[in-house]
Design a binder for this molecule. Structure first.
Ligand SMILES: *[C@@H]1O[C@H](CO)[C@@H](O)[C@H](O)[C@H]1NC(C)=O
Ligand SMILES: *[C@@H]1O[C@H](CO)[C@@H](O)[C@H](O)[C@H]1NC(C)=O
Ligand SMILES: [Zn+2]
Length: 287
């Protein structure tokens, strides 16, 4: 969809930074979270979302991407990213006052929907929306190019991926996650999430997981979300375009580039899934 819009249209509007992690990334973040929430959180969220299946989080993980393209949901389009006006690859960084536009951004949205999910005075439908937004936005904020303004978050950097023509943003949203996991279905996401869960419990990520959630605070939600955005944005300098735009422009990124990006994609998805679990636990403990 984004590719059909001209660069001028993209630049002139605050619009579509593509879809965020594609469906695969969002499903996987949700399944990782499902594997770490407390039993109290599981029961609470299954009841709120009226879904007692094991897929209660994954099934709503991509709702926000459909909603943003409806007339009623257009207001939420800027909530999927924060346009950091830094200078990668030499200098990365996010500033809330500089980068969160007047229409909001992923950092303010996480704060807003955390407050709304905590507010039992809202209607069930409003709190369901808040939960669905959080499941989605805690995923988006982990995608480095959702925390970057340069070239519309990489949307206007044309690249190839095997035989397809695409752009750098879509490679990070969709191509690399699908290459790592082997597909795009919920069942494949569940299998990938099981692998990342094992890595958190006793593998590569076991020594890091506590650090991912240290300082996490639902009462200082904007500050927690800004920390996540800053960390994600730093990967733009170190992994996404460490040698600048010219090193990826028109290049086939399906080989060596994907190999070097894979550890970061796995890390960001595992980390945001784990954080989502602890975030929902903190909310459910407080309502
Ligand atoms: C908070 O969420 C509500 C419901 O979606 C929305 O109407 C409002 O604009 C949001 N506020 C901010 C500051 O994002
Ligand atoms: C997860 O998948 C990777 C890549 O296939 C594999 O190397 C690793 O051993 C798996 N980890 C676990 C804990 O199964
Ligand atoms: Zn999104």
């Amino acid at each position: 969809m984004v590719k059909l819009l001209s660069v001028a249209v993209l630049a002139a509007s605050s619009l579509p930074q593509a879809l965020a992690w594609g469906a695969m990334g969002h499903y996987t973040v949700a399944y990782v979270a499902s594997n770490f929430v407390s039993s109290k959180t599981k029961t609470y969220m299954q009841s709120l979302l009226a879904d007692t299946s094991a897929n209660y989080l994954a099934s709503v993980a991509n709702w926000a991407d459909s909603y943003r393209s409806t007339t009623a949901g257009a207001f939420s389009a800027p909530f999927h990213y924060i346009d950091a006006e830094d200078s990668p690859p030499s200098s990365c960084g996010v500033s809330f006052s500089r980068d969160c536009g007047s229409g909001g951004c992923v950092v303010s949205a996480i704060s807003n929907y955390t407050t709304r999910l905590l507010n039992t005075g809202l209607t069930t439908a409003q709190r369901q929306d808040a939960a669905k937004f959080l499941v989605h936005f805690l995923g988006d904020i982990g995608q480095p190019l959702h925390c970057e303004n340069l070239d519309v978050g990489g949307n206007t950097i044309d690249v190839t991926y095997g035989s397809s023509s695409t752009n750098l943003h879509a490679v990070w949203d969709t191509k690399i996650p699908e290459k790592i996991s082997g597909g795009s279905t919920m069942a494949i996401a569940k299998t990938w999430a099981a692998n990342l869960t094992a890595e958190i419990n006793s593998g590569t990520f076991a020594s890091q997981a506590a650090g991912w959630v240290s300082g996490l605070s639902i009462t200082a939600s904007q500050s927690s979300a800004l920390t996540w955005a800053t960390e994600s944005n730093s990967k733009v300098c170190s992994v996404v375009i460490p040698n600048g735009v010219s090193a990826v422009e028109s290049v086939d990124l399906s080989g060596a580039y994907t190999t070097s990006a894979t550890p970061t994609v796995r890390l960001q998805i595992a980390k945001q899934g784990y954080r989502l679990a602890k975030w929902l636990d903190a909310i459910v403990a407080a309502v």
